[in-house]
Design a protein around this ligand. Structure first.
Ligand code: AMP
Ligand code: FE
Ligand code: FE
Ligand code: ZN
Length: 298
């Protein structure tokens, strides 16, 4: 059975492997396809695609965005993105710029707490989109904390003393940007919503109405019960399913590509279904969601 991984990070955001090394690792693990889904950037894609061509592994071009549903933060994956420059690339450039502002505010708070960190020391650790994991690494290098987990619990996480929220696109805006590029959207790691039962169904149905295409039911952190609930919701709301490890490398050392913590299996059939759905959307044309290839309502 051919296995794939549709959620991974590289040095273009907060992963520890270069795009080429990440594709090599996927190929060495025997995966048939891997998606590169860095936070707020497409910068890793050309190198990953080139490595994929050499290694004979299908590289899916993706991105991961933090979006807002009211006060709730939601992560959205965009998959099957093109190389061309356009409104999505412009939006991502803006989000990366806003990251610098946020990172500096985090460092201001750290300084007030008696932990001065130079921003240069943080950006030196990053090759692309700069974020909290790079600040966590700087704190680790300075000996202020002894683990990433401690950096997030004490300082950088939502309940940390130096927390600053991130600027986010609205879910509807992010979905539209990705659709306009011909991509599909998937609700990343739905467990972080912290919802189940009717409250989860209500949220998923609203996201479907906003144009969401898929739900990442298969994910490293999901229990079997959660996976079954997400799969049932996908069926109920006519959403496709996606799956991935969220491999970061050193930042999440116990999570391996394609396998998560050993319990993850995403079959290539998942990718086939997503591709078929994308083709259907393409044939139906922009803004005519809900039409079949002949323009009839479905
Ligand atoms: P940012 O995009 O700058 O807000 O950083 C978010 C990233 O930080 C996530 O994608 C994870 O890679 C990482 N992260 C978030 N929470 C934790 C945590 N508790 N421990 C380790 N890494 C985390
Ligand atoms: Fe990350
Ligand atoms: Fe995420
Ligand atoms: Zn991720």
């Amino acid at each position: 059975m051919a296995l794939i991984d549709l959620h991974t990070h590289t040095t273009a955001s907060d992963g520890s492997l270069s795009p080429a090394a990440r594709v090599d690792r996927a190929a060495a693990r025997g995966l048939a396809a891997v998606a590169i889904t860095d936070h707020d950037t497409l910068a890793g894609l050309p190198e990953a695609r080139a490595a994929g061509a050499v290694r004979g592994i299908d590289v899916v071009a993706g991105v991961e965005l933090s979006v807002a549903d009211g006060d709730r933060g939601v992560h959205l994956l965009g998959l099957f993105l093109p190389d061309r420059e356009g409104p999505l690339a412009e939006a991502l450039a803006y989000l990366r710029e806003r990251r610098h502002t946020r990172n500096r505010r985090i460092l201001d708070k750290l300084r007030e707490l008696g932990v001065p960190v130079e921003y240069k020391a943080v950006t030196a650790l990053a090759k692309g989109a700069v974020g909290r994991p790079h600040i966590a690494q700087a704190l680790l290098d300075m000996g202020v904390v002894t683990s990433f987990k401690e950096a997030f619990t004490r300082y950088l996480g939502v309940h940390g003393r130096a927390y600053v929220p991130k600027d986010k696109l609205s879910l509807a805006r992010a979905v539209a940007l990705i659709h306009d590029e011909g991509g599909l959207t998937s609700l990343a790691h739905p467990y972080i919503l912290g919802l189940a039962g009717p409250a989860l169904a209500e949220a998923v149905s609203r996201y479907r109405d906003a144009g969401l295409d898929a739900i990442e039911a298969l994910y490293t952190e999901h229990s079997q019960a959660q996976t079954l609930e997400y799969l049932a919701l996908a069926r109920r709301f006519g959403l496709a399913v996606s799956g991935g490890s969220d491999f970061h490398g050193a930042a999440k050392p116990d999570v391996d590509i394609g396998r998560g913590r050993g319990n993850l299996r995403v079959d290539i059939g998942v990718l086939d279904v997503l591709r078929a759905r994308r083709r259907k959307r393409e044939l139906a044309g922009d803004g005519e969601k809900g039409l079949d290839p002949l323009g009839r309502p479905v």
